[in-house]
Ligand binder design. Sequence first.
Ligand SMILES: *[C@@H]1O[C@H](CO)[C@@H](O)[C@H](O)[C@H]1NC(C)=O
Ligand SMILES: *[C@@H]1O[C@H](CO)[C@@H](O)[C@H](O)[C@H]1NC(C)=O
Length: 183
Amino acid sequence: MVAYVKNNFLLVPIIVLLLFVVSSYARFSTKVTKDEISDICTQKDRDINELVCFEVLESIPGIATRNHSDLAKFLIKYDSQKFSDMMKQFQSLENSTTDRSSKGSYHVCSETSDLAIGCFDTALTSLANKDYLTLYYNVGCTMTMAGTCRDELSTVVKANPQLFKDISFVRDVAFIVLMRTFM
Ligand SMILES: *[C@@H]1O[C@H](CO)[C@@H](O)[C@H](O)[C@H]1NC(C)=O
Ligand SMILES: *[C@@H]1O[C@H](CO)[C@@H](O)[C@H](O)[C@H]1NC(C)=O
């Protein structure tokens, strides 16, 4: 009985996931509309900074002529660049900090940024190969990395508040990619 119930529980997420993946095949080739951009950025139940969201999406050249695959690609490249800038900043903070604990935290953040960049690289390849499940996991990976870094930073006594904003920002952008292509 217990085994039966367990197996059924396992089945449900797989079916839901398959539905997401199948439905997202259609999503990728459709054009991004102005209404949609507005919808993405103004969802009240989501943890997204509206101002940042509009700023990023409106910076995409010819956004209204693009499909969702293009949108995801642009946002992934954009976010990867941001992580790369953050990584340099964390490396330099790690080098200049003498406090051992803070140094360790900056080290974790520079490592997680590096890992996130790797996940974005894989995400771009899987997007090109239309391997949307791998895409999903790898964009999710960057959000996990951002979360890990943020938790580490919160242990640094004199962490620059801008760093927290930067991390929320990259996390928001990754979230937009997931939301737009899979939900
Ligand atoms: C999206 O549009 C680009 C051209 O802007 C095209 O190369 C690509 O194949 C399209 N992707 C899908 C999934 O339709
Ligand atoms: C930090 O220090 C390492 C080792 O000394 C050095 O290779 C690296 O370039 C430095 N990075 C920055 C951003 O200062």
